[in-house]
Design a protein around this ligand. Structure first.
Ligand SMILES: [Zn+2]
Length: 130
C-alpha cells in the first residue's frame, strides 16, 4: 500500500478528528505534497460540517414513555427473578442436607420394617418385602 493510499484511508478520520497525533502529522505532511488528497480532505471536512448541521431526529414523547415503561417492567421482572432465586437457593440446599442426613434413618427404618418386624407367621413383612 502506497503512502497516498494509506493517507486516503485516513482522511475521513482526520476530518472528524479521530486520528492519533502521529497519524495526523503524517496526514498533514502528505497533504502539503499531494493535491488530490488535499482536495479530498477538504471535501471530507465540508461533508462532516454539513452532517453536523443536520437536525437530530427526536423520537415522539409517547415512544420514549413507552420504551421507559417496558424497560421498567423488564427490570422489575429481572429483580423479582433474582429475589426468588435468593430465597429458593437456601431452601434447596436445606432440603438436600435434610435428605442426605435422614437417608441412613430411612434405610434403617426400612430394614427394620422389612426384616426386623416379627409378626407371627411373617405374612405382613413378607408381603411388604415383595
Ligand atoms: Zn495523496
Amino acid at each position: 500500500m502506497s503512502e497516498h493510499e494509506r493517507i486516503g484511508e485516513l482522511l475521513p478520520l482526520a476530518a472528524s478528528g479521530d486520528l492519533s497525533p502521529e497519524d495526523m502529522r503524517d496526514v498533514r505532511d502528505h497533504l502539503t505534497r499531494c493535491e488530490t488528497c488535499s482536495r479530498l480532505s477538504e471535501d471530507f471536512v465540508a461533508l462532516g460540517g454539513a452532517l453536523r448541521g443536520l437536525p437530530t431526529p427526536q423520537p415522539p414523547p409517547e415512544l420514549v414513555a413507552r420504551v421507559c415503561e417496558l424497560a421498567e417492567l423488564r427490570l422489575g421482572s429481572k429483580r423479582a427473578w433474582s429475589r426468588d432465586a435468593v430465597l429458593l437457593a437456601p431452601l434447596v440446599v436445606a432440603s438436600w442436607i435434610m435428605a442426605l442426613a435422614t437417608w441412613p434413618l430411612v434405610q434403617a427404618a426400612g430394614t427394620w420394617a422389612l426384616l426386623g418386624w416379627h409378626v407371627p407367621g411373617g405374612a405382613f413383612a413378607a408381603s411388604l418385602a415383595a
